[in-house]
Design a protein around this ligand. Structure first.
Ligand SMILES: Nc1ncnc2c1ncn2[C@@H]1O[C@H](COP(=O)(O)OP(=O)(O)OP(=O)(O)O)[C@@H](O)[C@H]1O
Length: 251
């Protein structure tokens, strides 16, 4: 099967800091792929390369076979429209209602009439369990509700690819489980490819079709949850067992 996202030999430095060091990965369509790794290890930098917000120093990023690294700003904007992005804090517009937040990408890009837009918004809000929250302001919502509004907005344009940057950070276990279910529904009901960045090993094992572990700027392990659990690389073992002692330093 052709990869929907393919990164080949990516290198990226900031000054003397070499963050991505020959990173390659392939993500299959209609799957949930979780990228795990240390804080500061380059997961968000990788995500920004995938959506074209950062360019690599060398290497290539292909989306559905198209190399996006050399695209103009306008062509990149077209590619990016096929992505839904769920940022860590939901990144909602605080001065807009929930309904207007979810309607925003539709008003910017769909060309649909307001009534059709409001119908889509109502369906997306109901699919994340917030059918009655449309007229609330973001400040009136809990962290978990804000993330769900962020997800409703991310899927408003029916993107082929949805990227989740630490979707469960700061949430209680019940809300985390609800968000994890929504990620699986995003794959199953909307047919989207989901790429998730996570520190949450338990959630990763529960939702991933494929796990990649990023360490020192490269992918050091790839596999299903069972394969990662059985992986004998000491770095992988330390990370998934959550131990302070081992090859991963604490600097
Ligand atoms: N625009 C930038 N300019 C300079 N350095 C940057 C930039 N973006 C990221 N970095 C550096 O790259 C490294 C990797 O950052 P990144 O945010 O990708 O980590 P992460 O793995 O996502 O961490 P976390 O799990 O804590 O979010 C960090 O040391 C960070 O300071």
């Amino acid at each position: 099967m052709q990869a929907i996202i393919s990164c080949k030999d990516l290198h990226k430095s900031f000054g003397s800091q070499h963050v991505l060091r020959g990173l390659s990965l392939d993500i299959e369509p209609d799957s949930v792929t979780v990228i795990i790794g240390r804080s500061g290890g380059g997961k968000s930098v990788l995500l920004k390369h995938i959506v074209g917000l950062m360019k690599p120093d060398s290497g290539e990023v292909r989306i559905e076979g198209q190399d996006i690294t050399g695209l103009s700003v306008r062509d990149m904007a077209d590619v990016r429209r096929g992505f839904g992005l769920l940022f860590q804090e939901g990144a909602l517009f605080d001065s807009m209602t929930v309904e207007d937040n979810v309607a925003f990408p539709l008003r910017e890009h769909s060309g649909l009439r307001n009534k059709e837009i409001l119908d889509i918004v109502a369906r997306k809000l109901s699919s994340v369990g917030l059918a009655d929250a449309g007229h609330k302001m973001p400040a009136e919502l809990s962290g978990g509700m804000r993330k769900r509004v962020g997800l409703a907005r991310a899927i408003a344009l029916d993107p082929k690819i949805v990227l989740f940057d630490e979707p469960t950070s700061g949430l209680d276990p019940v809300m985390s489980a609800a968000i994890n279910e929504l990620i699986l529904r995003t794959r199953d009901e909307f047919g989207a490819t989901c790429v998730v960045i996570s520190h949450d090993i338990q959630a990763t094992m529960a939702i991933a079709d494929t796990i990649y572990m990023l360490y020192e700027g490269q992918i050091i392990a790839r596999g299903t949850p069972e394969e990662i659990r059985a992986n004998q690389n000491p770095v992988v073992r330390q990370f998934i067992e959550g131990r302070a002692d081992g090859p991963i330093g604490l600097e």
